[in-house]
Design a protein around this ligand. Structure first.
Ligand SMILES: *[C@@H]1O[C@H](CO)[C@@H](O)[C@H](O)[C@H]1NC(C)=O
Ligand SMILES: *[C@@H]1O[C@H](CO)[C@@H](O)[C@H](O)[C@H]1NC(C)=O
Length: 570
């Protein structure tokens, strides 16, 4: 009996909480006008090639929204909708000048809902990210000028009280700029570091973060780059508690590679990273357990001596805590020295599988589903593509993320476009494609940039004390399949093998076919290795197709509006 009484209020509570949270499909929002009457929410899926909008305007008249090449009406791609006396109307149009928009021949916006209540009209619609006809503007990863207009009535032609405006927003690479109360910052940077006269040099500095007597949330991370011509990219990793002393040295020379939990990253061309409004990266009160490793890749092609650098990262934090603690989970292929990528490979695939069913085994707290909002994909110099497949009950349900043009020098934490739920029990498969045509010897899995990695760092909430969920192939099975005699040395065999297209392909297939072990660890390196079976197949990513928004029932409205549009000047 007691259990029933408990369950019901909890279920109600969780419904209420989820209403108070962000809509996972519409994680971004901007107010477009100075009067705060026009609010746009959006979310997108770059792999499916779609973007979803919810425009809400304080009016019971018509509302219009669109994209403009220069901010004005000319050349603008617009949708107009509303709830009128005869029902709802919605059309995809374009403006040829400062005139009433013309209805597009092809309707490429799909209306999902249109409501009016208490003097507010809310229109939810979807379109393709790319342009589907010559009257639509494509949405890119650059800022775009959004335009809006609305009227007090549903008579689109009555322009006496039309309100209109424009705002530039980067829809696909959105970073809000919030200023919470009690906001402060601290920096983690190099200090007067003299950059060596080497073309490529990686400097690692292990340092403490400031401590606070009360818990804080980091909500924004900004690059502080002093020498844009020298600093190529930088990463900040959290160290395990076993690393206790600050130190500074060339990377991967002193054992400082124990610090592998990526917290932040910046690459050439990158900007600041801001957490969603519902989450912040926690700094616990008096948290002196953890040190951090700042790794800066200096690129000094002219080999200039004596340049001094103070680059690093700035962390904005606030004591006004957000709803959730955010955290970063490393998934992919274990950095395990037992595997190697053969030379002369045009395209060599490796896989790492995170089976989240094993997460509860290392946690002391109650495990929860992961709400993933951003991801950073990571390989070293030979990486060309990274794809993350999402599996549930044996079936691939999505790609969590994918980069078909991976470039080591342009690493970024990217927003997924919507908050994706990884349920406990789901599997995440990270697939990396490498090119080693320019290499004459094996590339081992390892920490140096000349070694390889295949990782996806997931930014999620609510935080769990968890840092790694990865896999590696069963080394005994690999040896058994690959070695011709029992007394052969594995490393020697790999180095002396003849690598051609056939042997490379056989080795790649073997790596995928044999059993994999999963490793799940928290920050204290508690872990488990369990045989999780074989690597599932990933789907092919289909090129996004254009959507057609219009069913026959809206054709009547189109012809009516087309008629109006042709007759009347704006
Ligand atoms: C860094 O160098 C500048 C200029 O030489 C000097 O003023 C400053 O005190 C140095 N900082 C530290 C922490 O050594
Ligand atoms: C896991 O980590 C905690 C915290 O340090 C430690 O007390 C515990 O003994 C560890 N458990 C295992 C199984 O290693």
């Amino acid at each position: 009996m007691g259990i029933i009484f408990l369950v019901v209020p909890l279920a109600l509570l969780s419904v209420q909480l989820s209403w108070a949270q962000e809509d996972p499909l519409l994680p971004f929002s901007e107010v477009l006008d100075p009067d705060h009457k026009v609010r746009l929410k959006w979310g997108f899926d770059e792999i499916q090639g779609t973007i979803l909008f919810e425009l809400s305007v304080t009016t019971s008249g018509w509302i219009g929204f669109g994209f403009s090449p220069k901010g004005g009406m000319t050349g603008a791609d617009v949708v107009i909708g509303g709830v009128g006396p005869e029902g709802t109307y919605f059309t995809d149009g374009h403006a040829e000048g400062n005139s009433m928009p013309v209805v597009d021949q092809q309707q490429n916006y799909k209306l999902l809902s249109l409501t009016e209540s208490n003097g507010t009209t809310v229109m939810k619609f979807q379109r393709s990210i790319e342009a589907c006809d010559e009257n639509d503007l494509p949405i890119t990863t650059l800022p775009i000028k959004l335009i809006y207009a609305y009227g007090q009535t549903d008579d689109i032609t009555y322009h006496g009280t039309t309100q209109r405006g424009t705002k530039e927003v980067n829809l696909l690479r959105y970073m809000p700029r919030v200023s919470p109360p009690n906001s402060k910052f601290f920096n983690m940077t190099m200090v007067n570091f003299t950059v060596p006269a080497n073309q490529t040099y990686y400097h690692c500095k292990i340092m403490k973060a400031p401590t606070f007597n009360q818990k804080q949330h980091i909500y924004r991370i900004e690059p502080l780059i002093e020498n844009f011509d020298l600093v190529h990219h930088l990463l900040l990793y959290r160290c395990p508690p076993s690393v206790k002393e600050p130190s500074e040295a060339e990377c991967y020379t002193t054992g400082n590679e124990q610090c592998i939990e990526v917290i932040a990253v910046w690459g050439v061309g990158g900007g600041a990273f801001e957490f969603p409004e519902v989450a912040g990266l926690p700094i616990e009160a008096n948290a002196s357990d953890f040190l951090y490793r700042l790794e800066v890749h200096y690129n000094n092609p002219s080999k200039t001596a004596g340049r001094v650098d103070n680059s690093g990262l700035r962390f904005y934090y606030t004591s006004e805590l957000r709803q959730h603690d955010a955290a970063v989970l490393m998934t992919g292929l274990g950095v395990y020295p037992g595997y190697a990528i053969p030379p002369n490979a045009k395209s060599f695939l490796t896989y790492g599988l995170c089976d989240t069913a094993y997460i509860p085994r290392v946690l002391s707290e109650t495990p929860q589903d992961l709400q993933v909002f951003s991801v950073m994909l990571h390989t070293h110099l030979a990486g060309r593509k990274v794809r993350v497949g999402h599996f549930r009950e044996g079936k691939q349900i999505d790609f969590l993320a994918a980069d078909e043009h991976y470039d080591f020098e342009f690493q970024e934490v990217v927003n997924l476009g919507k908050t994706k739920t990884v349920k406990l029990g789901d599997k995440l498969l990270v697939e990396c494609t490498y090119n080693t045509e320019s290499r004459s010897t094996l590339t081992w899995g390892g920490l140096s940039t000349l070694d390889e990695m295949c990782l996806a760092f997931l930014y999620y909430y609510p935080a769990m004390s968890l840092s790694i969920c990865e896999s590696f192939p069963d080394h005994d099975a690999l040896k058994a399949e690959m070695m011709t005699t029992n007394n052969n040395d594995w490393v020697f065999m790999m180095y002396t093998k003849t690598w051609n297209d056939t042997t490379i392909n056989q080795y790649q297939q073997t790596l995928k076919r044999i059993n994999q072990f999963v490793k799940v660890a928290d920050s204290y390196k508690n872990q488990t290795a369990i045989n999780i079976g074989v690597i599932p197949d990933l789907k092919v990513i289909m090129p996004a197709t254009c959507m057609s928004g219009c069913a026959t029932k809206c054709l009547a409205w189109i012809s009516l509006l087309l008629c109006l549009a042709l007759q009347l000047a704006y």
